[in-house]
Ligand binder design. Structure first.
Ligand SMILES: *Cc1c(COP(=O)(O)O)cnc(C)c1O
Length: 455
């Protein structure tokens, strides 16, 4: 076993339950109604989500069984491999051990199907016929397209127009799985028509696409909405990653001192790190590090406040680290990390001192991604390269300090649909935009005011 670099569990050791960190934290601040500022109840969410999902969103049960039909689909690619990055260790000449959990083996090429499959299952169970969602670069859209098809649901994906035009291969992938992909803003919704009236050439934004998908789900009885990150139930579904990793680390006879993941809305990091935070709360010494881009520094520069989840200000208010719902991060290649907010549960984990955060520039992340690809063979997604950069830095610190620590990071996806980013990097066209503190200040000045009682 010790000579092997790859740790694969048998199918029977696929986890039977998701772990809910909410059971081990103080009661979370409730989401608030966007119009009244009052705490939301399950009924308020019913037009958007099925009961099974709403229950999980509000649950404080520690373990939630993974339904057998969901495990059945997970078996297509799970357990995902845990790999010892021996060649990277050698290249860095570090005494540290580096392990990564590879989520790029899923059908869509990232961790996102872990939640898409669960969400499709609960919707099907409650007789929903159609799901709407938004997608930026297309990773979530393709995950839901795949999951929806398996459970016989029609899937409509509102894709930000500029990506729709620039990323035809992700669009083709969604269509291959049977979904309908619509450029947003579209004439199908009031929200879309309003934008098009003002600007027929609009490039769209994630905020507009969310507004369109939510509007359609709320207005049709047979239709619900699905979100790919941020919410409690999404973080919950992703814990299958960390639970598997724990079993595989045992097989490798290793224990991580450091657990690392990149953070956009926070779900892949949550999935890897929350099970380790449970052990940390029981006294285990482990550092958990969330890594974000300096261009969208939610955890490292944002305050914790109640804010909207979308630019259109339609979603419930959530208490989270935020850059302000109107904050427009500059266009970088790690599209999945360009989100103004952070999962409320990751926010709580920061406040409890269960984790730390850091930010990197995109060019230094690509340098780490290229070194990783040349050692380990896998071309990482631009988002995942942030986790790699942090793992490399920790390994180099271990070298400088002469410490043989064990590092575990989540490789959240592959970069096969992102090769234009690598081409730009090799052509020297990739730049690091300095962060605009003034833009952040003016964005934060417009944070919504919430009633005192909510805080
Ligand atoms: C979407 C995405 C992310 C960011 O989302 P989280 O919810 O923060 O995990 C990270 N990596 C990949 C490959 C993604 O597709």
């Amino acid at each position: 076993m010790s000579e092997s670099t790859k740790y694969l569990l048998s199918e029977e050791r696929l986890p039977k339950a998701w772990y809910n960190l909410a059971a081990d934290l103080q009661a979370p601040a409730p989401p608030l109604h966007p119009a009244t500022g009052q705490p939301l109840g399950p009924d308020d969410l019913a037009p958007l989500f099925p009961r099974g999902v709403i229950e999980q969103e509000m649950s404080t049960e520690r373990w939630i069984d993974i339904p057998e039909p969901v495990r059945e689909v997970y078996r297509l690619w799970r357990p995902s491999p845990l790999v010892r990055a021996r060649r990277l260790e050698k290249a860095l000449d570090t005494p540290a051990k580096i392990f990564f959990k590879y989520e790029g083996v899923s059908p869509a090429g990232s961790h996102k199907p872990n939640s898409a499959v669960a969400q499709a299952f609960y919707n099907k169970q409650e007789g929903v016929a159609r799901l709407t969602t938004e997608t930026g670069a297309g990773q979530w859209g393709s995950s839901l397209a795949f999951a929806g098809h398996l459970f016989g649901l029609a899937v409509e994906v509102y894709m930000v127009r500029i990506s729709y035009n620039q990323k035809p291969y992700r669009r083709a992938l969604m269509e291959t799985y049977g979904a309908t992909c619509i450029a947003s803003p579209s004439p199908n919704t009031a929200a879309g028509r309003a934008v098009l009236e003002r600007d027929p050439e609009s490039n769209g934004s994630l905020g507009i696409a969310i507004s369109e998908a939510v509007e359609l789900a709320a207005s049709r009885d047979d239709t619900r909405y699905a979100l790919g990150s941020v919410l409690n139930h999404v973080c919950l579904h992703q814990t299958v990653i960390g639970e598997e990793a724990m079993l595989q680390m045992d097989m490798a006879d290793a224990e991580p001192d450091i657990v690392i993941g990149c953070v956009g809305g926070g779900s892949n990091f949550a999935g890897m790190a929350f099970p380790y935070m449970r052990e940390k709360l029981k006294g285990k010494a482990v550092r958990c590090i969330g890594v974000e881009p300096t261009s969208c520094p939610t955890l490292t520069k944002g305050p914790v406040a109640y804010d909207f989840g979308d630019t259109g200000k339609l979603t419930p208010l959530m208490r989270m680290y935020t850059l302000g719902s109107g904050f427009m991060p500059p266009g970088t290649h790690a599209g999945g990390l360009r989100y103004h907010g952070m999962a409320p549960m990751v926010t709580q984990a920061m406040e409890h001192g269960l984790m730390e955060a850091r930010a990197y520039q995109q060019t230094e992340c690509f340098a780490a991604a290229v070194e990783f690809a040349r050692c380990e063979g896998i071309v990482p997604a631009p988002e995942s390269s942030h986790a790699i950069k942090a793992a490399v830095d920790e390994a180099l610190r271990c070298k400088a300090e002469g410490k043989a620590e064990t590092i575990l990071f989540n490789l959240s996806g592959h970069g096969h649909f992102d090769m234009q980013a690598y081409m730009d990097y090799f052509a020297g066209k990739m730049t690091d935009t300095p962060f605009d503190d003034a833009a952040l200040d003016s964005s934060l000045a417009t944070l919504p005011k919430v009633p005192e009682m909510a805080e």
